[in-house]
Design a protein around this ligand. Structure first.
Ligand code: FAD
Length: 411
């Protein structure tokens, strides 16, 4: 049990990281008050990954993707729903919520991301980002009309949404700003594999194209999509998969470093000693990769939340901090194929490609200065996850397996 003295802990953010912080505080036997400010959405906490996959394909309902109720065996929980933290006082330990200043002994910042929507595209009829349940519902509500859909952006969410809508038999066009879908994340080989999958399933693609204008002036509200190569296309529905930015606005002027997320130390504590961060918003120095990371993936959010509570508990007891050294991991489901990546490939100087990896799909390892830094594959869970120890220990590339082609490159 930690903290016998009465304390108030404020948790900002009602998604995976915030939910996990509250759960972990209770699991550790914290007996103080937890004020959980869950954000503006006003729905029970839910898991986002299904939004672009099973939920979009109407294979699951909201009940299935809701996170379990948080336990309240030891904590006194005050939930503040349909509200956001508007400001963190730079001079006192308190946050402004709905006109009320709430004092805290510790604050966990788990406010995640908001979708990147260029101002000129915001609020246009027929144009939707995809970050929240409300976004996914708004898209789903349109599907019965069998819209021609243009998906702008071929990162994880753009590719998954294109795959989901195509799986429903809808005509889909995918605008790929980079050369290949998923290429910035997974590299050339898996990017090409992903492109081939979309083409095989009947998705039309526009490669190396940037959208310059969206104009909802077509018949029935159709949106004209202008591209920087001088061409244009039309969609009844346009989905923006342009990435996301950390939800930091409320922390401006609070004396925190907000350079690409909320900057914290290796234990996930910020420079304001009683403020901690977890999830998509946290920017921390990864001890293994020797650089600061900010990871926008599901398993990172829950693991960091537990870790941040551990750091807070260590602070209560005057104990040492542990560094957060989990290896980043993500998956992506498209057309029944599971893409997975373990590790952090940025900065790699060599890739090794097994063109006939598990299941006959490409399996790729990424190396930096002779160390294995990441591995990725398709329907290859065992092979990808089996690389964990080698990444942790910084194993060298080793001998080339049959069918594997090494390539020097810089990323
Ligand atoms: C459509 C989609 C599909 C995804 N698929 C995958 C996948 O397949 N694999 C994978 O690894 N990851 C996936 N992810 C990423 C994963 O869902 C995120 O990493 C995870 O949700 C991060 O959780 P978080 O709690 O840090 O932030 P978020 O989920 O962004 O939650 C932030 C919370 O804070 C609230 N909030 C914002 N501002 C304030 C404020 N000022 N005060 C109080 N509350 C505030 C928000 O309302 C929200 O409740 C996907 C994400 C999306 C959107």
């Amino acid at each position: 049990m930690v903290c016998d003295t009465p304390q108030t802990v404020v948790v900002a953010g009602g998604s995976l990281a915030g939910h996990t912080v509250v759960t972990e505080l209770d699991r550790r036997g914290f007996t103080g008050e937890v004020v959980w400010v869950t954000g503006a959405e006003g729905v029970a906490p839910y898991s986002k990954p299904a939004l672009s996959k099973e939920y979009m394909q109407e294979k699951v309902t909201l009940d299935t993707i809701c996170l379990p109720p948080v336990p309240t065996d030891s904590i006194r929980l005050r939930r503040v729903d349909r509200a956001v933290c508007e400001r963190l006082d730079p001079d006192a330990d308190r946050v402004l919520v709905d006109g009320e200043w709430i004092p805290f002994d510790a604050l966990f910042v788990c406010t995640g991301m908001r979708p990147r929507v260029p101002a000129e595209f915001a609020g246009l009829p027929g144009v939707h980002p995809l970050r929240t349940l409300a976004d996914a519902r708004a898209v789903r509500d349109r599907l019965a009309g069998r819209p021609r859909t243009v998906v702008i952006g071929a990162g994880l969410i753009g590719c998954e949404t294109a795959a989901s809508l195509r799986s429903l038999g809808l005509p889909v066009e995918l605008v790929v700003q980079t050369g290949l879908p998923l290429e910035p994340l997974l590299g050339e080989e898996l990017g090409r594999f992903c492109l081939d999958q979309h083409h095989t399933r009947g998705v039309t693609t526009r490669l190396s194209a940037t959208v310059t204008a969206l104009t909802p002036d077509g018949p029935g509200g159709a949106v004209t999509v202008d591209l920087d190569d001088g061409t244009s296309t039309t969609g009844d529905l346009v989905i923006l998969g342009l990435g996301a930015v950390p939800a930091l606005d409320w922390l401006q002027g609070a004396g925190l470093d907000l350079t690409d997320g909320l900057v914290c130390d290796a234990g996930l504590r910020t420079a304001r000693g009683n403020v901690y961060a977890a999830g998509d918003i946290a920017n921390w120095p990864h001890p293994l990769f020797g650089r600061r990371l900010r990871v926008e993936h599901w398993s990172n959010a829950s693991a960091q939340a537990r870790h941040a509570v551990g750091t807070w508990a260590a602070d209560q007891e005057g104990g040492p901090h542990r560094e957060f050294a989990d290896i980043p991991y993500f998956w992506s489901d498209q057309y029944g194929l599971k893409y997975q990546m373990l590790g952090h490939a940025r900065g790699h100087d060599e890739v090794r490609v097994d063109t006939a990896g598990p299941g006959g799909h490409p399996f790729v390892t990424y190396h930096r200065e002779g160390r294995l830094v990441a591995a990725a594959g398709v329907n290859a869970t065992r092979a990808v996850m089996g690389m964990r120890t080698a990444i942790q220990t910084g194993a060298g590339p080793g001998p080339l397996p049959a069918g594997t082609a090494p390539r020097r490159e810089t990323a």
